[in-house]
Design a protein around this ligand. Structure first.
Ligand code: SAM
Length: 397
């Protein structure tokens, strides 16, 4: 559906006569409202990799709206009069559900269609009403793996009293890029090699985009595995839990859970509680290094939680593929010190001596990826129109 910038007050069927409209017209109206208030986000647009690091530039064929349409939608979205009209209209549709169902034809598919319509209106009403509290945004992130799209519905909530430590209440560009890579560049994550039983962990998950995308992807692949999303800030954890429940309302082949994990305590405390007491095959981290001490804390967590290499096997034993930690951080000019600490605590593989007794965590590869900066996710790069991110793959060597 091509969205025009017509306002809900002039586009929607009159409130008093909603039940007289055919379900097809009402479905069209709901799709129209979703495009305004439950916007779908393209994710992130990769422009390319730095040529010295990898040869191929990656260009996205995004189904991006034109900037003009984006602007029109933004104007409508921020118009509180139009939003409260949309809420009233949706409330009326849900309130008229009995009349809508009564006027269903003999055909049972008509009733099913009307029930689906009412449910859709109720869920959109919850989103619109939630967004009415300042700063809350619910969006659908959509990534394509060449087959089915992977969709994640995420709510960002406002920073608590501008409390900087609640930054995880919002979705950052690194999470968007990591999610995009998980879907587009699955080979980088060796998902085929792990198969059933994969244990994945996200550190500093924030709103949960990267972990949720991985969980949705594994669900689409029919893999039986588990994903644990962690953070430490109470209000961030509460929003993270809500986002997981919204995306995984019922049990699935992927066992998802949300737990508190403070990096500063991870390496010093003894045994972690379940499910953090067992090692992980895959650890994800997006934009989790922005204070001088973070890299050292993260290294402590990864040392403790990333599955260590196994002792050499007899030929009949099944060996696991090597466990990996994927870290994506923005290369902000103002945070060069913090990003350089990554390479201090995780040395490049090439710098390691071959005479080591114990396995060491090292950077196995680093890619610098240039992305278009846009307003859908936070990038902390001010007005710059491009943002560079580093993607590190770290493992035991
Ligand atoms: C910049 S946000 C990134 C959030 C998310 N990964 C994203 O990219 O959208 C940093 C995240 O790290 C979390 N965090 C900061 N310090 C932490 C700590 N000591 N232990 C655990 N999580 C922490 C914050 O609560 C926040 O969710």
């Amino acid at each position: 559906m091509t969205i025009t910038a017509t306002a809900p007050t002039s586009q929607l069927p009159p409130i008093s006569r909603i039940h007289q409209y055919p379900p097809e017209d009402l479905s069209r109206s709901l799709r129209y409202l979703r495009q305004i208030y439950n916007q779908e986000v393209r994710g992130i647009r990769r422009i390319g990799r730095k040529p010295s690091l990898k040869a191929v530039a990656t260009l996205h064929e995004g189904a991006a709206d034109t900037p003009e349409t984006d602007r029109n939608l933004d104007t409508l979205r921020s118009d509180s009069f139009e939003r409260s009209y949309a809420i009233r209209w949706l409330t009326a549709l849900v309130a008229q559900s009995y009349r809508l169902l009564d006027s269903a034809g003999e055909d049972s598919t008509d009733t099913v269609q009307r029930e689906a319509l009412i449910q859709d209106a109720a869920s959109l009403l919850a989103i619109c009403a939630g967004s009415a509290s300042a700063g809350t945004v619910t969006r659908v992130f959509r990534f394509h793996d060449g087959q089915l799209p992977i969709e994640v519905q995420l709510t960002d909530v406002p920073l608590e009293n501008q409390d900087y430590s609640s930054v995880g209440a919002q979705t950052w560009g690194s999470a968007c890029l990591l999610a995009d890579m998980l879907v587009e560049d699955q080979h980088l994550f060796n998902l085929d090699e792990y198969g059933d039983g994969l244990r994945a962990l996200e550190l500093g998950a924030g709103t949960g985009l990267a972990g949720l995308t991985l969980a949705k992807l594994l669900q689409a692949r029919g893999t039986a595995c588990s994903l644990v999303a962690t953070d430490f800030h109470p209000s961030v954890l509460s929003n993270l839990r809500d986002n997981f429940t919204a995306n995984f309302p019922t049990t699935s082949s992927v066992d998802v859970s949300v737990h508190a994990l403070d990096w500063s305590k991870c390496s010093t405390t003894g045994q972690n509680a379940q499910p953090l007491d067992q090692p992980f095959d895959l650890i994800l981290g997006a934009d989790i290094i922005y204070e001088p001490e973070h890299a050292r804390w993260i290294q402590g967590c990864v040392e403790k939680l990333l599955r260590r290499p196994e002792k050499p096997h007899s030929r009949d034993e099944v060996s696991h593929p090597p466990a990996k930690f994927h870290l994506v951080i923005p290369l902000r000019p103002t945070h060069l010190l913090e990003s350089s600490t990554v390479e201090e605590v995780f040395p490049p593989l090439t710098s390691l001596s071959s005479h080591r007794d114990l396995p060491t965590l090292a950077v196995m590869s680093k890619d610098v990826i240039v992305c278009e900066a846009h307003g859908d996710v936070r990038s902390r790069n001010g007005a710059a129109d491009q943002v560079e991110y580093a993607h590190y793959i770290i493992g035991w060597c």
